[in-house]
Ligand binder design. Sequence first.
Ligand code: G3D
Ligand code: MG
Length: 192
Amino acid sequence: MSFIARLRKRIQKERQAIKISWLGLDHAGKTTILKRLSQGVFDERNVRTMGMDVHQVLLPGVAGTKPIQMVAWDLGGQITFRESLWESYMRGSMGVVYVVDAADPDRFPEAKMELWKYVINNPQTTGIPILVLANKQDLPNAQPPGKVAYALDLHKVYNHSYSIMPTSAKTGFNIQEALEWLKQRVIAKLNE
Ligand code: G3D
Ligand code: MG
């Protein structure tokens, strides 16, 4: 490969965004967190495909770092075509953020089912780090992360690195810190 070709390839690679997929039941807080994270500096595309809303957010890179492409979609409910959409939306994901409404324990079983089906047991995500956010901690009935982890059977996960963190999209509590964990895992994997 010529020098120019190598340079071109390198520039292309540097420009490529790191892709993180955001999943969780509707109403968990995904969109609110993404809006807060981007502090208004983002390019949001809301695509409605086969009855499902998919938000794509591109956060620009800061001080020479790569931009981050976030793809968020709601799980749960009866969406017949979800399986066929999964592949295209997850392709190339380097990490998963799974958002849970910690103040809605009635939906923990559903949240667990979808997490295992779409993330943990999905061969496409093997080895991808998973960050679980036990969100809405500002609400009085919010369950602590340990309880959410138990309800989701996280202690049975062996083929992913994962972390569960309490957050509040409303107050901003712990969001940056939680994402820092994922960022470090993604960087570590890129350097493997
Ligand atoms: P989703 O994108 O996962 O479907 P949204 O969820 O971000 O749309 O949030 C669903 C609702 O929960 C929104 O309220 C939002 O304001 C609220 N919400 C999200 N995160 C938090 C949180 O940490 N604490 C509290 N108290 N509320 C939160 P509405 O009323 O607009 O439906
Ligand atoms: Mg949303």
